[in-house]
Ligand binder design. Sequence first.
Ligand code: PLP
Length: 397
Amino acid sequence: MAVGISKIVSALEPSATLAMAAKARELKAAGKTVYDFSVGEPDFTTPAHICEAAQKAMAAGHTHYTASGGIQELRVAIAKQYQATHGLEYSPQQVVVSNGAKHSLHNAFTVLCDPGDEVIIPAPYWVSYAELVKLTGAKPVIVPTEEKNDFKLTPAQLRAAITPKTKILLLCSPSNPTGSMYSPDDLGALADVVLEKNLVVMSDEIYERLIYGDNKFASFAAVRPGLAERTITINGVSKAYAMTGWRIGWTLAPLNVSKAMDSLQSQETSNPCSVSQYAALAALEGPQQCVSDMLAQFAKRREYVRERIAALPDVTCPNMGGAFYAFFNIQKHLGRKYGGVQVDNSAQWCLELLAQQGVATVMGSAFGAEGYARLSFATDMKTLEKGFAGIEAFLKS
Ligand SMILES: Cc1ncc(COP(=O)(O)O)c(C=O)c1O
């Protein structure tokens, strides 16, 4: 007898980025050389002072359950950081620390969404948003954006997508998968529609610290008065401090939302990992040079990636204002044969690129944008050099 899986989970799509990474690992295990640009995680190890703080926390006996929403010191540190960087006032009770930003998003959707509610998600979107919405019984409403607008949702597109069932607008800036960024003015224009139409906003700001050139980051809740009362801000240590494995993320939200998330989490996971919370505290309160050093490396790689993509025939790619992804247009390369194999869509293109040249990227279709591929440049220069040689050889094949 096959044990039945619930309808809601059966309908979930597995993460395409993790699936491509698993495929790349499989090929590596079989002895093939693979240049892996599939996963969005810094290649740096967590800075030493953060690891030492974790060791100290263990030695001091911080190995027990903690308060479900996180240790008070960390919640205070997060609230202080938002006050200092964005002028936003949050009490520590409005901060809920979870097992990574993905978990924070899951908690937030779970406490906010009822079946039938609609959540507007601009595409291209990060792979998990729509699936996390579906888990609640709510409906993801995907709104395609345009490459010529740097993949940013316009106020007119937002207005057109709103129905009486719309509850939440999801924003991610800088964006995974495109690296594009909303300027403070762009956010202000969207905020006017949000206020007029009485929407809640989920603002994923996990790439806040990874910004290039003159781009200016603004936290959505800070761009107009009254937004903090309707915004759930998501952030964490995974990307800025190279701490993906520690699993610490958080939300800043109106008090009733934070309380609901705290009680949900108390039933779900009790609390985020105690030792990781002390490591995250050291990340926020310790020296910040490590973030600047990693950013400088990412900036060099971004320049390199921009040059190499610009030199690829018939490929376009909007500017990456932040994060560590390039999302490039391969539409002119579809409907062709590569090494004798017919390739008609982005999934086939990425799979053949991996099979023929050992270069792992992720198909745009996984992010709701057919005809594109995402390349993560959170990897060393040598791998980038060899990977681009592979992409060039593939295009010529
Ligand atoms: C846009 C975005 N939000 C959230 C996350 C999840 O981060 P975490 O590792 O903290 O769960 C990711 C990770 O790839 C991401 O790209």
